[in-house]
Design a binder for this molecule. Structure first.
Ligand SMILES: Cc1cc2nc3c(=O)[nH]c(=O)nc-3n(C[C@H](O)[C@H](O)[C@H](O)COP(=O)(O)OP(=O)(O)OC[C@H]3O[C@@H](n4cnc5c(N)ncnc54)[C@H](O)[C@@H]3O)c2cc1C
Length: 385
């Protein structure tokens, strides 16, 4: 019955495309299914840029970063496509702020270098930024930008080069454990059909809960929220050019992040996480205009020579667990079904490693977690009660 495929991967965002890439590289027969087209703009993985950084307040994640950078670099080398632009990163906030304290501790523990700049030292080094007294700016070199849509398309293309099949505009209606394998019901332009495989990998992003609800005895507390980023014109483009301007994350008042000029000539992209805007992933989306004035005010206070009216707003979705730790595991009762979801606003950088971890889990016996990227906090059973 399972002659056609070893693994059916459901969802070609960064996680599913990376899983298909690693599984196909491992010699598995892979079918990657996407309800839209690879690189579409309805989920979480689209756009021109995502931050990748060593700087994190949790040493377990920092420890993974060198290997993750290496995997992205290897994908660039294999495909011949540039995906990662190093920029350095500035992390700015009150001196006693939890993220900054935790990040310094984690970097020190692993002996990764960083610099601390005071409010008076900062403008001499990075004249684009202003912070009040009592704040600090932490500069860490191992920070950069992943060209998001290009990464997803490259992962899917490399998966195909290694033998995977991609079916676009095909929606998975249901996954059913059957005889030790899986039966996956599809609906596409040609109507409905059922395909069979030894394993299924569910990487459906904001739609994860919909596919998993009939399969799990308990609901996963995944919350889908509307998010947006905005572009702002700068007065002196050379000041915000890559090479002079690092990426930046302000950790307080309000928390926002941004990039040097990277995607659009003369403009920077800046985003602020929106809280409490829970949505249905299929509902029509519109920009949340009320959030823009707060972002514009923060830009006026902290970034030099940036016009505070946005030129363009782009929309996206987060899928979050309550403590923001990802879910990457086998189904507790049907180990032939693998699950990866809840990647919130920081999952992209880990995507290529999540794919590796899923391929490692697919290759090992139930109960075995031998992968350099496995962390016990990813277990799905933490939500069982
Ligand atoms: C505005 C914004 C900024 C971000 N910034 C960063 C950042 O700077 N750094 C960082 O590391 N991360 C960042 N993230 C987070 C990161 O982008 C996400 O965590 C990541 O893209 C999630 O990928 P995914 O594959 O899980 O989900 P998705 O990209 O949504 O992929 C899921 C896919 O599954 C498909 N699918 C779902 N159901 C079905 C079905 N039934 N049948 C077929 N296909 C299906 C969907 O169409 C979709 O393509 C950001 C996210 C947003 C929204």
């Amino acid at each position: 019955m399972y002659d056609s495929y070893d693994s059916i991967v459901i969802g070609a965002g960064v996680m599913g495309s990376a899983a298909a890439y690693h599984l196909a590289k491992d010699g598995r027969r892979v079918l990657l299914i996407e309800q839209f087209k690879v690189g579409h703009t309805h989920g979480s993985s689209h756009g021109g840029s995502r931050i990748i950084r060593y700087t994190h307040d949790d040493v377990a994640y920092v420890r993974l970063m060198p290997a993750i950078f290496e995997l992205w670099r290897r994908l660039e080398a294999e495909s011949g496509i540039p995906l990662l632009q190093m920029t350095g990163g500035l992390y700015l906030g009150p001196e006693d702020e939890a993220f900054l304290c935790g990040a310094q501790q984690a970097l020190q523990t692993l002996q990764y270098p960083y610099e601390s700049l005071s409010p008076t030292e900062l403008p001499a080094r990075f004249p684009q930024f202003r912070i009040p007294s009592g704040w600090l700016a932490l500069y860490q070199e191992q920070s950069g930008i992943l060209a998001a849509t290009r990464c997803v398309e490259t992962l899917a293309r490399q998966a195909v080069r290694c033998g995977a099949t991609v079916r676009e505009q095909t929606q998975v209606q249901a996954v059913r454990p059957e005889g030790g394998g899986v039966a996956v019901r599809l609906a596409g332009a040609g109507g409905e059909e059922t395909v069979y495989a030894a394993q299924a990998v569910i990487t459906a992003g904001p739609w994860t809960q919909r596919l998993l609800a009939p399969l799990l005895p308990y609901a996963l507390p995944l919350q889908v929220t509307h998010q947006q980023v905005a572009y702002f014109a700068v007065e002196q483009p050379d000041l915000y050019a890559v090479g002079r301007c690092p990426l930046y994350i302000f950790t307080a008042l309000p928390h926002f992040y941004g990039f040097p000029i990277f995607e659009r000539a003369g403009e920077i992209k800046v985003g602020m996480e929106l809280v409490g805007t829970v949505v249905d992933p299929d509902a029509p989306r519109t920009a949340m205009d009320t959030a823009i004035p707060e972002l514009s005010a923060a830009i006026e206070r902290t970034l030099v020579g940036v016009r505070p009216e946005p030129t363009r707003v782009e929309l996206c979705l987060y899928t979050e667990t309550p403590n923001h730790h990802f879910i990457i595991d086998r189904h507790p009762e049907h180990p032939q079904i693998l699950i990866a979801g809840g990647f919130s606003g920081r999952g992209f950088k880990f995507g290529i490693a999540v794919g590796r971890l899923l391929a490692d889990l697919a290759a090992s016996a139930p109960g075995v977690y031998e992968s350099e990227f496995w962390l016990p906090r990813f277990a799905v059973t933490r939500f069982a009660h």
